[in-house]
Design a protein around this ligand. Structure first.
Ligand SMILES: C[S@@+](CC[C@H](N)C(=O)[O-])C[C@H]1O[C@@H](n2cnc3c(N)ncnc32)[C@H](O)[C@@H]1O
Ligand SMILES: [Zn+2]
Length: 399
């Protein structure tokens, strides 16, 4: 297990894929993510709200498809690649590749004793469940949590859509503090029974309401949706309630643990983690999010005093013992993995004709780890250079 390679309580601005690629493996205890849902909507905060100017895109086309990642997944994660092929529409496929790349990195940074909660809705929850099963292990699936709420929606041809889904996976040795909730008012378990002797000298059972009696928490969570008047509301589109994060963090971490939210928006997770004495890392692509977090923090006395805001890609310190990327050791392993065929043109060569290539180039945060390396023949490597495999393939088809 690696140590973390970043300061405590840090808020990063940037695409979480690249920030995650710089984080040490096995260094985070709990991850909560609330990524774009593939809702076919682009979100913007209302003008005049604290969050005005914050916006993010949630419409997906094939031009969003990260071909370098598709290539890496095809080469190194065959079962995951088959899941991606199951997506019917190009926009679903593009969204799932985007998610798969980030979930693979999240799997890497999660401790072997960690837990992850993926927030989504029924638009993509069925596909995401299979992605999560493939990446985090079906045996580690714990719950499909239904966050049930009331809000104003239009519904003419279907029932009112009033819930989100949170997929919860935990490694076998992960922390889990079972939370409790009160019995419903009508439940007989809520009543404490005692025997008493009546004035006539008869033995009688008496019942009193006992609010302290609790039952194990169910996987359906009734938590109010943040309406426009809610006190904690900062106007950030898709802001989640603190009460939701409070449950997740209490259930799956201990004080001092590290909580990561790679799509943190206005930092609801970081605020809840801080309140509960956990360390945290928030990442968001929007510079507005970081600006807003600083303001949200200023309003919360005492919290986040040591917050650090960064935009660089962190430098992993757990890669020190890796062999040089073009070492003979790597070449031999890759030669075996590719059965002696070039990853570009597919032709078979002797090992001495191969060069080691970074699938995702180093300028894009690609590492020297074997996962990110492949063998190309000299001709293919010269064509590809620092570019992606899509470029090489397009060129090969033209010649
Ligand atoms: C659904 S919102 C999260 C809201 C958050 N849970 C809250 O309570 O404020 C999704 C967030 O993901 C961010 N985002 C989108 N793509 C991203 C990426 N590639 N890396 C990091 N953040 C991203 C958006 O800017 C947006 O703030
Ligand atoms: Zn070749």
């Amino acid at each position: 297990m690696a140590e973390k390679n970043w300061p405590s309580k840090v808020m990063w601005t940037g695409d979480c894929l690249y920030i995650l690629r710089g984080m040490n493996s096995g260094s985070v205890d709990l991850i909560y993510l609330d990524p774009p849902f593939n809702s076919n909507t682009d979100y913007a905060a209302p003008i005049g709200s604290q969050a005005a100017g914050a916006a993010f895109k949630d419409t997906w086309t094939l031009t969003d498809l990260d071909v370098e990642w598709i290539n890496l997944i095809e080469a190194r994660h065959a079962s995951l690649y088959r899941v991606l092929l199951a997506a019917v529409s190009p926009s679903d496929k593009s969204y799932l590749v985007y998610m798969a790349a980030r979930l693979l990195e999240l799997r890497r940074v999660l401790k072997p004793t960690g837990s992850i909660y993926l927030h989504c809705d029924p638009t993509m929850s069925h596909y995401l469940k299979i992605l999560m099963d493939t990446i985090f292990g079906r045996q580690n699936f714990r719950n499909e949590i239904v966050w049930s709420y009331q809000r104003w929606t239009g519904a003419a041809r279907h029932f009112q859509r009033m819930h989100d889904i949170v997929l919860f996976y935990a490694m076998p040795e992960a922390t889990f503090n079972l939370l409790t909730e009160p019995y419903s008012p009508k439940s007989k378990h809520k009543r404490a029974r005692r025997s008493a002797v009546t004035e006539e000298g008869k033995l009688e059972q008496q019942y009193t309401e006992d609010d302290s009696r609790q039952k194990a928490m169910r996987d359906v969570w009734e938590i109010s949706y943040l309406n426009s008047q809610a006190k904690e509301r900062v106007g950030y589109p898709t802001q989640k309630p603190l009460a939701l994060l409070d449950r997740i963090i209490k259930a799956s971490s201990l004080p001092g643990d590290i909580v990561l939210d790679p799509f943190c928006g206005c930092a609801t997770t970081c605020v809840a983690a801080d309140d509960l004495g956990r360390d945290w890392v928030g990442i968001d692509i929007s510079p507005k999010a970081a600006e807003l977090v600083v303001r949200r923090i200023a309003d919360r006395q005492g919290l986040f005093r040591e917050i650090v805001h960064r935009e660089d890609i962190p430098k992993r310190s757990d890669l020190g013992k890796l062999p040089r990327y073009n070492s003979i050791e790597n070449k031999q392993r890759l030669y075996g993995m590719q059965a002696g065929d070039c990853a570009g043109c597919g032709q078979h060569f002797h090992m001495r004709n191969f060069e080691v290539d970074h699938i995702i180039s180093r300028v894009k945060g690609g590492t020297d780890h074997i996962e990110n390396l492949q063998l190309l023949c000299g001709a293919c490597n010269r064509v590809k250079g620092n570019r992606g495999m899509a470029y090489l393939r397009a060129k090969l088809q033209l010649t």
